[in-house]
Every structure is written in structure tokens, then in C-alpha cells.
Ligand binder design. Structure first.
Ligand SMILES: NC(=O)c1ccc[n+]([C@@H]2O[C@H](COP(=O)([O-])OP(=O)(O)OC[C@H]3O[C@@H](n4cnc5c(N)ncnc54)[C@H](O)[C@@H]3O)[C@@H](O)[C@H]2O)c1
Length: 247
């Protein structure tokens, strides 16, 4: 049954990820909530009768174990939403090698690793949906987020190449780009940075729809791109950001 397809959501315990997990579950998907925060993943999974798995996208063995656990419990993953991500506001010249590596590992290498772990099964089954949560920062840049923006821009380019390479297996790959959205990640970033509040207030003022995003703004876009009906849409970059970027 197409409605009951197995969907993996990385970062599924987070602000956007948990909304995506709930929306996919209400569309009948069997959802794997995969997150670094196991207890939080279990809470979300319990709510939606899903499966919680511990996952650290920065560790190759954790990725293969999580995908194997999901596969054993529910079958091959047919929908993969790469939503795990992390950032911190930091002037570029204060972004040292350790922080640079962390940002790239979580936001770019992680989704690449998870995609590699699920695309074999998808290819064999001649069906797959990859939805990568990038960011408007990856399309147009964002103050105090130089390396994060680079990683998300890389994720968008990666998504397009996967879309090309796997189209022959009827697999689609698309990127969803939120603008600043009201989640624990953004709240933490603002709290830790002197300039963060000013930057976000300025972004909110220049957003045509005049507010920050909410998880429930982003989740339906992801669910649509993950649907059967979106099978002829691939390699696209969809901003869900109140008109902040219109390119
Ligand atoms: N909130 C925003 O303003 C915003 C804007 C644009 C893009 N995004 C992107 O949306 C996605 C979700 O962000 P959010 O705002 O919901 O943040 P969040 O912190 O609420 O959720 C992120 C989740 O990812 C998990 N995670 C972090 N590192 C991980 C790792 N190594 N392995 C597995 N899981 C890990 C966290 O535990 C958390 O549950 C991220 O990719 C983020 O970059 C967010």
C-alpha cells in the first residue's frame, strides 16, 4: 500500500523534524523517528505509533545501524527526510577549523551518508523519495552563518545530482529551504549570540509575510514532495520562508 510506505526522518525529535514526522504519520506513512536525542525520539514515536531509533549522522556506524534497525522492524526505507541539522551564529573570522568541521559534518556529510545508506534499497525497489532540509541560507547566504550556508548550499547541489543520477530508478530528490523558523535550534542560537536577535529581527522585517516560519508551515511541503503525486518533481529547491527569497 503506497500510503503505508516507510519514512525515515532524521532529526525527527526536533522542532521541524517532529512536525514532519507527525504530518507523514497522518498521511499513513510508517515513520522512523531517528535522532541523536533518543528519549525525545521515543516521545515523538510514541505519539504517532512510529519507531524511534538512535542516530548520529556524524558517525558512519550509527547511520548503518539505524537504517538496519528500521529495515528489520518495518522494511526498506522508501522515503528519507534528512532533517537533522545544527548551527550557531558566529562571525566568519571566529569560525575555527573545529567548528567548521562540525558544521559541515552535521549539515552536509550527514545527509550524504544517510542518503547513501538508503538509496541502494530504493534503487532496487524502483521507488524512492529523498527530501533534504536545506535552508534559505544555502540559497542566498545569511549573516553569521557562513559555513552553515556553505554546507546547505552544498546540500542543495548534492540533492540535484542525486535527482539526476537516480531518476532512472523513479527516485526523486528535492530540497526544502526554510527561512528562520521558530524552533529550539533558533531559540538556542539567538540566546547564545549578541547579534543573533538583531539579525533575526531584521530578517523578520524583510520577510513579506512578516513573521518567522513555524514547523507546521514546513511539514506539509515535505509531505507533498514525499508523496506519490510528486513523482514528476525532482531536483527542485522549494523555499518555505514567507517570501524571504523568491529566486
Ligand atoms: N529553525 C530554523 O530557523 C531553520 C531554518 C532553516 C533550516 N533549518 C534546518 O531545519 C532542520 C531542523 O532544524 P530545527 O530548527 O528543527 O532544529 P532542532 O534543533 O529543533 O532539531 C534538530 C534535530 O536534529 C537532531 N540532531 C542534531 N545533530 C544530530 C546528529 N548528529 N545526528 C542526528 N540527529 C541530530 C537534534 O537532536 C534535533 O532533534 C535543520 O537541518 C536546520 O538546519 C532550520
Amino acid at each position: 500500500m503506497s500510503g503505508s510506505r516507510v519514512a525515515l526522518v532524521t532529526g525527527g525529535a526536533g522542532g521541524l523534524g517532529s512536525a514532519i514526522a507527525r504530518t507523514l504519520a497522518s498521511a499513513g506513512r510508517r515513520v522512523v523517528v531517528a535522532d541523536l536525542e533518543r528519549a525525545a525520539a521515543e516521545r515523538v514515536a510514541a505519539e504517532i505509533s512510529g519507531l524511534a531509533v538512535a542516530l548520529d549522522v556524524t558517525r558512519p556506524e550509527s547511520v548503518s545501524e539505524a537504517v538496519a534497525r528500521a529495515r528489520d522492524a518495518l522494511g526498506p526505507i522508501e522515503i528519507c527526510v534528512n532533517c537533522a541539522g545544527w548551527d550557531e551564529f558566529r562571525p566568519f573570522l571566529e569560525t575555527d577549523d573545529a567548528l567548521t568541521a562540525k558544521l559541515i559534518e552535521i549539515n552536509l556529510v550527514g545527509p550524504i551518508r544517510v542518503s547513501r545508506a538508503v538509496l541502494g534499497d530504493m534503487s532496487e525497489r524502483r521507488f524512492g523519495r529523498i527530501v533534504n532540509i536545506a535552508s534559505d541560507a544555502g540559497r542566498v547566504g545569511s549573516s553569521l552563518e557562513a559555513v552553515y550556508s556553505g554546507a546547505k548550499g552544498g546540500l542543495i547541489a548534492f540533492t540535484k545530482t542525486i535527482a539526476r543520477e537516480f531518476a532512472r530508478f523513479a527516485i526523486t530528490a528535492n530540497a526544502v529551504c526554510p527561512g528562520p523558523a521558530d524552533t529550539p535550534l533558533l531559540a538556542g542560537m539567538i540566546e547564545k549570540s549578541d547579534a543573533g536577535r538583531r539579525v533575526i529581527d531584521a530578517v523578520e522585517r524583510s520577510t513579506p509575510l512578516r513573521r518567522l516560519g513555524r514547523p507546521e508551515d514546513v511539514a506539509p511541503a515535505v509531505a507533498f514532495l514525499a508523496s506519490e503525486e510528486a513523482g514528476f518533481i525532482t531536483g527542485q529547491t522549494l523555499s518555505v520562508s514567507g517570501g524571504l527569497t523568491m529566486a
